[in-house]
Design a protein around this ligand. Sequence first.
Ligand code: ATP
Ligand code: PH2
Length: 164
Amino acid sequence: MNKAYLGLGTNMGHREGYLRQACKTLQEHGKINISKISKVYETKAWGYTEQDDFLNICMEIETSLSSIELLEICHAIEEMLNRERTIKWGPRTIDVDILFFNNIISDDERLTLPHPRIKERAFVLIPLMDLNKELIINNKPISYYLSKLSKEERDEVKEVSVNI
Ligand SMILES: Nc1ncnc2c1ncn2[C@@H]1O[C@H](COP(=O)(O)OP(=O)(O)OP(=O)(O)O)[C@@H](O)[C@H]1O
Ligand SMILES: Nc1nc2c(c(=O)[nH]1)N=C(CO)CN2
């Protein structure tokens, strides 16, 4: 069985609803089991800042799918929930990224592993820390990268009480 970590984000419309639908679709897939789910965080937009706040979560899954098959499922969920690609890093109903897939390291443009921007993103590092503090990128634990971010960046990620 493969172990993977996914990052989900949404900042349009009924954000909890989109997260719930994405989780339900993943859980109902016969070849995916959600083994852990992080707390829910409300986060300031990163990268392209002129947009509404996001809700972000991460999850750990077990799956018999290959990494590319899993990527196809992530894209199918984005399509089902009407994600549109207009502005780079812009508003979206849902984004489902593969953060880690086993210990695979790949610089393939279609599927880069670990996801290339985890290290800079408090909105990913903080929920990942809920799941597994031992995750490693370039021989360093994710806590190292979180400690390198400024207090301001970390403070932009706030736990909220939302049930998914
Ligand atoms: N680990 C990965 N997880 C998801 N998509 C990936 C990954 N590595 C590469 N990609 C590719 O990145 C492309 C762009 O993805 P997407 O439009 O979701 O980017 P984004 O979420 O806006 O930005 P970012 O990639 O910085 O999170 C996808 O077509 C996908 O094939
Ligand atoms: N806070 C936050 N900012 C973002 C997010 C996101 O999920 N959360 N996703 C982006 C593109 O992947 C760009 N910026």
